[in-house]
Ligand binder design. Structure first.
Ligand SMILES: Cc1cc2nc3c(=O)[nH]c(=O)nc-3n(C[C@H](O)[C@H](O)[C@H](O)COP(=O)(O)OP(=O)(O)OC[C@H]3O[C@@H](n4cnc5c(N)ncnc54)[C@H](O)[C@@H]3O)c2cc1C
Length: 428
């Protein structure tokens, strides 16, 4: 009939008519699949009903590891998101993992740190570079949530300059013998399996001379040292690890001998994307609270939301969220493709590796600084109420600053970005 458009059936939604905002993934350049949308929604509902009330902080002592919350999240399958189902994971890839990290970051940064240390830098590289035995023996319990993982690279004399690690690994028959000390290891005192980088050949430098090992918590010669007393994310425990003639079977080498630095850098790339997702979640949580407070708080007979200075804060944060939402999920998709190439043993072009590193660095800087900015704005908006314990904002203030430091400081991320640009990386 003239003038009347035929209803078009959308192949994805299976029905006629334009897709809803929900189906469009809230306007993201790529669309979340129905499964991803469902994952985000069910995770949020689960965290609100089962986990948020368990989150609290002990300001005295070293903070309290949130065992009950972690156990519930493990049982829910949250600790196995990116791992394929055939190895006990949820098979939701990096995008699924980031969606979950975003929701966890909205609830508590300590929980997001525990999840990130386990999933992004502890477990994922073992799946990516490990063989079938590693995937069955180590990745499966980690992904199924019956074991906890960690990642140990940083040492007293090697932080930003991680290539200078000194922990030694010497071959002795069918075993490697580890000697040295790691610091700042998130989950280090709780983990069943720790991915440890050590120097296997000091003559070769980081690329060629470092190997990745999985140390299991009951290996002789392995000991947990002191626990850090931190200003923020206090419920995530951060441990010193001591290796004194720690014997590791050769079967626990991940990837090839001498390729440990690539294992570590690859883990940190994906880790930075999920860390950015957690920071994005924190921004969204703060925006919700700021809108709510500015509507309810009345001064001179009017809600403070009537003031332009307040409106601008809300608008500015909404802009930052909009930007970060796009780049975080765009990057998560890229990491997904990259990780699958590695996991399936395909050659990875150098240009792709560089692009992933640069983009993961960019989203880490962007989202962590947005979260740092957001918490300052929230504190300012709430006035005296903001510094009260009850609102958790003062805790957020102590937590968010740390995201700018770990998994490589934001200064180092800026170096990664600019070095790639100067080298001629294909930016656009
Ligand atoms: C809460 C928390 C949890 C952590 N969890 C883990 C973990 O699970 N596993 C792990 O291995 N590590 C972990 N870390 C360590 C973290 O990755 C390092 O702290 C981080 O990489 C920085 O190293 P550093 O602290 O030694 O700082 P340094 O390297 O000493 O840097 C000090 C300052 O100098 C700046 N700087 C250094 N070099 C340069 C340069 N070339 N150009 C410009 N500026 C520079 C840095 O940006 C920083 O501002 C954790 C850290 C924290 C705080």
């Amino acid at each position: 009939m003239e003038g009347q458009a035929r209803p078009v059936v959308d192949a994805r939604t299976g029905r006629a008519g334009p897709p809803t905002a929900e189906e469009l993934g809230h306007g993201m350049r790529f669309r979340l699949t129905p499964e991803q949308r469902l994952l985000k929604k069910t995770t949020r509902e689960f965290l609100e009903s089962e986990v948020r009330h368990l989150v609290k902080e002990d300001k005295h002592g070293h903070g309290v590891f949130p065992e009950a919350a972690v156990k519930k999240m493990q049982e829910q399958g949250i600790f196995g998101m990116p791992i394929p189902r055939k190895y006990g994971g949820a098979g939701m890839g990096e995008v699924g993992y980031c969606l979950v990290a975003e929701e966890v970051g909205a609830v508590d940064s300590s929980l997001a740190t525990i999840l990130g240390a386990h999933t992004g830098i502890g477990m994922a590289p073992i799946w990516l570079f490990g063989n079938e035995d590693h995937r069955e023996r180590i990745v499966r319990p980690l992904a199924e949530g019956t074991a906890l993982g960690a990642f140990a690279l940083t040492e007293p004399t090697a932080g930003s300059d991680a290539a200078r690690i000194k922990t030694r690994a010497d071959r002795d028959g069918d075993e490697w013998v580890l000697n040295g000390r790691k610091i700042w290891c998130s989950n280090g005192d709780r983990a069943d399996y720790i991915l440890v980088m050590a120097v296997s050949d000091p003559t070769l430098g980081a690329h060629g001379g470092v190997t990745a090992f999985v140390v299991e918590k009951d290996f002789p010669g392995f000991q947990v040292g002191s626990i850090e007393d931190k200003m923020g994310i206090r419920s995530s425990s951060t441990a010193e690890l001591v290796f004194q003639d720690c014997r590791v079977p050769k079967e626990n080498v991940i990837g090839k001998v001498g390729e440990g630095f690539i294992v570590a850098l690859t883990a940190l790339d994906g880790g930075r994307a999920s860390l950015a997702a957690g920071a994005l979640g924190a921004c969204k949580e703060l925006l919700g609270r700021m809108i709510d407070f500015s509507r309810k708080r009345r001064r001179a007979g009017r809600p403070i939301a009537d003031n332009q200075a307040v409106q601008w804060k809300l608008a500015e944060l909404a802009i930052k969220i909009f930007q970060n939402q796009h780049i975080v999920y765009d990057t998560a998709q890229l990491v997904d493709r990259y990780y699958h190439l590695i996991a399936e043993g395909h050659p990875v072009p150098r240009a792709l590796r560089d692009e992933v590193s640069r983009k993961c660095a960019m989203v880490k800087v962007s989202a962590s600084e947005a979260a740092g900015w957001a918490i300052e704005q929230a504190l300012e908006l709430f006035g005296a109420a903001g510094v009260r314990d009850a609102w958790d904002l003062e805790r957020g203030f102590r937590d968010e600053i740390i995201i700018e430091i770990f998994e490589g400081t934001n200064e180092i991320q800026r170096l990664i970005i600019s070095r790639d640009l100067i080298k001629g990386g294909n930016f656009w």
